[in-house]
Design a protein around this ligand. Sequence first.
Ligand code: GLA
Length: 393
Amino acid sequence: MKNELIAATTSHFKSQFGKDPSYVFLSPGRINIIGEHVDYNDGFVLPAAIDKYVCVAIQPTQNNTIRLIAKDLQDSYAFEYNEPLVPINKTWVNYILGVVHQLVKSNNNPLGCDIVISSNIPIGAGLSSSAALSCGICYAFNEVFSLGLSKKEIALIGQLSEHEFAGVKCGIMDQFASVFGKENQVIKLDCNTLEYEYYPANFNDYTLLLLDSKVKHTHLTSGYNTRRMEVEAGLMQIKSQYAKVASFRDCTMEMLHNIENKMDALYYKRCCFVVQEIERVQLAVRALESDDFIALGKLMTATHEGLSKLYEVSCDELDFLVSKALEDTSVLGARMMGGGFGGCSINLIRKDAVDDFIFKMQKQYHQHFDIELHGYKINISQGSSTYHRATTI
Ligand code: GLA
């Protein structure tokens, strides 16, 4: 699949620009095992890059124009990198404009170039196709124009680009996973300090399987930003009662219970989720270290409960997928994954049961919602990387 994507992107480049690209880059989407909606709340997350990618084929030119072609969307756009940049009405372009804007702002100018992008990350499925695009572009510019940016800087530029040009006040998890991913390793990221550690993604007889609800998370932008506002307001109320609380990490459920009647009821619910989820990630890491997959599965399922009832970012289709999955004895845990309001569920399932499970779930899902369910068997892969660099340019 990866090779087909690269071949198709490269040959499209040739047919559109009449020459081969001198560079080809890959930037992956991500899964998240646990730690949802806590990356912007000073929590911990446990994501990993997957073998679904945005491919960027690029050739520097001698002028100031950046010419873009989105192969899959059959769309194109061109702009001068040194002119003032603002968001336009093409979403895919904004992720790239946002990156160029950040680079120019920090005196890391890219130069003129021709670019073709193509991707096999399903869009709107909660697999961070947007982070893969912005980080892929930033990674590519960093290599092609020798900007000297660190991986951390690339991830942060991707995040800022999403804040300013896509309007989603996202955390850092998606960009970090896309850039820092390692084959067969999950990343435990401390979203407060950006310190990170890798853990082997070894689930013995079990594996991670995604089920794509095919509900596109169209409410993500508004819903996501609203949740962020709610927890920020909730944290202010907590701080007004406990002077020592600097972030959610200093807060316990006991403290929350004690001030429940002093808090707005909605903010209280949201904050309960955040405090519990931060704790669950710590427990999940311990479960992973001791190969206790039953415990890991239970934590994932508890996360779903919280996301659905307390944080309210699930939807009927995802709740259905999770509850039906949990009826299957081969499934140790299931939950919605990513920002929510649609997208995929992630299931910890016995390897030998995967095919039957997908078949069974497809049937039930179709009967209930009249939607074709899609199962993705994923492999945990390397983060943003250079696939091809011409020796003479
Ligand atoms: C989206 C955001 C991330 C993170 C997740 C929820 O994917 O981009 O920063 O907040 O939602 O965990």
